[in-house]
Design a binder for this molecule. Sequence first.
Ligand code: HEC
Ligand code: HEC
Length: 400
Amino acid sequence: MKPIHRTSRATCTAPPAHPSVATWTSFLALGLLAAMGCGDSGQSVEAPETIDGRQVFRHDTFGSERFWTDTLRMHEVIQDGVSPATALAVGLKGDAGALPRGILDSADLDDPATTVELLRLGAVLGIEGSVREGRLQEVGVTCALCHSTVDDSVAPGIGRRLDGHANRDLDPGLILSLSPALQDPDSQAALTSWGPGRYDAYWNLDGVSDPALIPPIYGLQGVEVETYTGEGPISYWNAYVAVTQMGGIGTFVDPRLGIDIQASPDLVTPKLPALLDYQLSLDSPAVPPGSFDAAAAERGRTLFEGKAGCSGCHTGPTLTDANERLHRPDETGMDPRLAQRATTGLYRTTPLRALSAHAPYFHDGSAATLAAVVEHYDSFLRLRLADAEKADLVEFLRSL
Ligand code: HEC
Ligand code: HEC
């Protein structure tokens, strides 16, 4: 891994202030200036062709230690009060592959020092820490925090990594609410209201709190626009999140959002192609054989493609028309708020895959089960499906 160049200086451009969210915006500006490393970041940039996308996805913090350590002071929060039991309770996951054999038999899961040791071993999904003499010096976050989980093969919350699966146990708002920098009442009210599996990727910019479900990111091959609102291709959104949400040191410019953040060196942009390749390599998990009734699913397919009209939008190999068009919220009876805050004003038809593996459904989790999805469409689109037809349609969705 050959570094191209070492840190020079970052160009520091604060994001615009939104008058109605002055408190949070000024905090963000401070955080981003810190995150952007106005001064030496000490990080090096690799030549793009040597970059390993899986390594980036799992372990690269993009220099976000500036934000999570210097601004949010999460290293102190963890050191002083986050035992492994607490970490598991807020949905953090342990990588069995990084744990020395037998360590869980003797470790004290109620002692924050054990968490620090697990971070030293690199065994906490999505959190990278550096430890010196038992003290956590700094922490940063990676994509794996929200977009991977484990198979629970060792214990609940501890097992083999499952990259690309949404971590629907993770409570990012609750974790952020522990930061000493976010103790103001408005931030506390917002962050503690999100709940597990949800995150608001615009809140720190527009001050509105209306979180979306963390989506699975497998099976996106052939889907050209990403996010619930079709904001742009994968790498556009990866850069947005790495720079404006994770607090990584990188360049992200979008005049539509009024964001112009330039960083040099840029610890994000050179990694985007490898990160994209890795995401596209993540296939949807197979549907367990025998987990659905094949004959009913076949009848459900006929309804999906016919009377129920689903394939008007859920079409092609990925079961989405995302490459051709997006949809107004009132076409499918969706809550319009997320669309209104995003740049498109519209929703992308979600590609349907491994549905049984990631309840609840829709961007806001408003359908708890696949039966609730079918009920929603039946009443909103006035389909008048018989109960047996609804059941068949659910079996078809379970087969995907
Ligand atoms: C704090 C949690 C969190 C982190 C960290 C995070 N994401 Fe996400 N990600 C989300 C949420 C929430 C959405 C849904 C946003 C939306 O659609 O408006 C999302 C959406 C996505 C999507 C779109 C999926 C689709 O179906 O179109 C991709 C791809 C993605 N993230 C990849 C990444 C990568 C790569 C990283 C690291 C650079 C990352 N995410 C970091 C929470 C996170
Ligand atoms: C007019 C276009 C359109 C039609 C018709 C349509 N859908 Fe959708 N579908 C969407 C959009 C847009 C979304 C994303 C909505 C959101 O998340 O807010 C979606 C989301 C879904 C989801 C959620 C997937 C997930 O992972 O969250 C399921 C399941 C689904 N649709 C099934 C169906 C079924 C079954 C039918 C037929 C009864 C149907 N859809 C008809 C556009 C459509």
